[in-house]
Design a binder for this molecule. Structure first.
Ligand SMILES: Cc1cc2nc3c(=O)[nH]c(=O)nc-3n(C[C@H](O)[C@H](O)[C@H](O)COP(=O)(O)O)c2cc1C
Length: 386
């Protein structure tokens, strides 16, 4: 029986999540689009970067505390928005938000979450971030923004890289749809996950909480299927950001930027932060890894806007490398999901502790005592992705 204290890295959580989470939902998290080349390179390209070890520097007093969008954070990490998180673990978004709040980092709720904006607000005291997919039904989007405002969310994260969907082979093969297809294989697989089934029976959160009952014509799971299929909006453009910004009236983060020219547009659009992200390798397969796209973007706009990044972060060392290459902060998607699926809230807390500790100690090995003092010079080959 795995215990928390025996979990020592994200890989431990991944292996356990694979055992505990029904296959279709585990695969949904642990997959990328088409060949999964970009998904793999997100992780692999971190490995190419090498630290410059320093010795005999006084590293007694250290801190990895930082800020993200002006608020203090325990380390430069936020939890990324992930759809269907309440299917990795019952009440997954509530548990993730609680763990993040206790740890002192931001939690982002996805538009496609199972628990709703109001559910998260009811179970937390600190403001969280809300991620917006811009759908064709702009009335619904307007009301969604108003709900995030009413819940006192401290930032609106607008995702720009999902106007069309990258194909994920596993989701099709597993029959992952809304509602999921009750194939014989799926039912047999469910029978091997009694812990998950029991906990799901104990919650009322089993559908898309931000959408069902709020979008016109979506009252149940079957009407949701056709609604989502036609709602992602390929006509989304920079012009739309103007009314979104006006309606929201608070801090805006633009997610999914992979190009320096687009990064400059994000600055012009008046965003407070951008996220260098290829959606965790789930959208344009064949795009470069997020860490390799980071330096150019940070150099182009880092003085004008807070540059964040996500994709492939599985350890404190990965966080350190991203900060060294110009990220003011980072986000974690799968590392969070694996920990949640494996061990719920306690798993997420343990995972954050492990990452923070590795970040702190690795920073010390590089002869730095404050995360703010970390720059390219802690890497031997910092120019690798210039
Ligand atoms: C299962 C899953 C669901 C996701 N759902 C969303 C989403 O609803 N909205 C969004 O903006 N990004 C979504 N993403 C992308 C993440 O926000 C983030 O960019 C990505 O997970 C970072 O890569 P990592 O998983 O390697 O950390 C999702 C990612 C995963 C793995």
């Amino acid at each position: 029986m795995p215990t928390l204290s025996k979990m020592t890295c994200v890989e431990d959580f991944r292996v356990l999540a694979r055992r505990r989470v029904p296959r279709m939902f585990y695969d949904y998290a642990d997959s990328g689009s088409w060949t999964e080349g970009t998904y793999r390179s997100n992780e692999k390209d971190f490995q190419q970067l090498k630290f410059r070890q320093r010795v005999a520097v006084n590293i007694e007093h250290r801190s990895v505390r930082s800020t993200m969008l002006g608020a203090e954070v325990a380390m430069p990490v936020a939890i990324a928005p992930t759809g269907l998180t309440g299917m990795q673990h019952a009440d997954g978004e509530i548990l993730g938000a609680k763990a993040a709040e206790r740890f002192g980092i931001p939690f982002t709720l996805s538009t496609m979450s199972i628990c709703s904006i109001e559910d998260i607000a009811a179970h937390t005291t600190q403001p969280f971030w809300f991620q917006l997919y811009v759908m064709r039904d702009r009335d619904f989007i307007g009301r969604l923004i108003d709900r995030a405002k009413a819940a006192r969310c401290s930032a609106l994260m607008v995702t720009l890289d999902l106007q069309v969907l990258g194909q994920r082979h596993k989701d099709i093969k597993n029959g992952l749809s809304t509602p999921p297809k009750p194939t014989l294989l799926n039912l047999l697989n469910l029978a091997t996950k009694p812990r998950w089934c029991l906990s799901m029976l104990g919650t009322s959160h089993r559908s898309f909480g931000n959408i069902v009952g709020h979008a016109k014509g979506v009252g149940d799971l079957s009407s949701l299927a056709s609604w989502t299929a036609e709602q992602f909006d390929p006509s989304l453009s920079w012009d739309d950001l103007e009314w979104i910004k006006k309606r929201w009236g608070g801090k805006i983060i633009l997610k999914g930027i992979m190009d320096a020219q687009d990064a400059r547009r994000a600055v012009d659009a008046g965003a407070d932060a951008l996220i260098v992200s290829n959606h965790g390798g789930r959208q344009l397969d064949g795009a470069p890894s997020a860490i390799s796209a980071l330096p150019q973007i940070a150099q182009a706009v880092g003085r004008h806007i807070e540059v964040l990044m996500d994709g492939g972060i599985r350890s404190g060392q990965d966080i350190l490398k991203a900060v060294a290459l110009g990220a003011h902060g980072t986000l974690i998607g799968r590392s969070f999901l694996y920990a949640l699926g494996a061990m719920g809230e306690a798993g997420v807390t343990r995972c954050l502790q492990l990452m923070a500790n590795e970040l702190d100690v690795s920073m010390a090995f590089c002869g730095r005592t404050r995360i703010q003092d970390v720059d390219r010079s802690i890497l031997l080959n910092a120019g690798l992705y210039d």
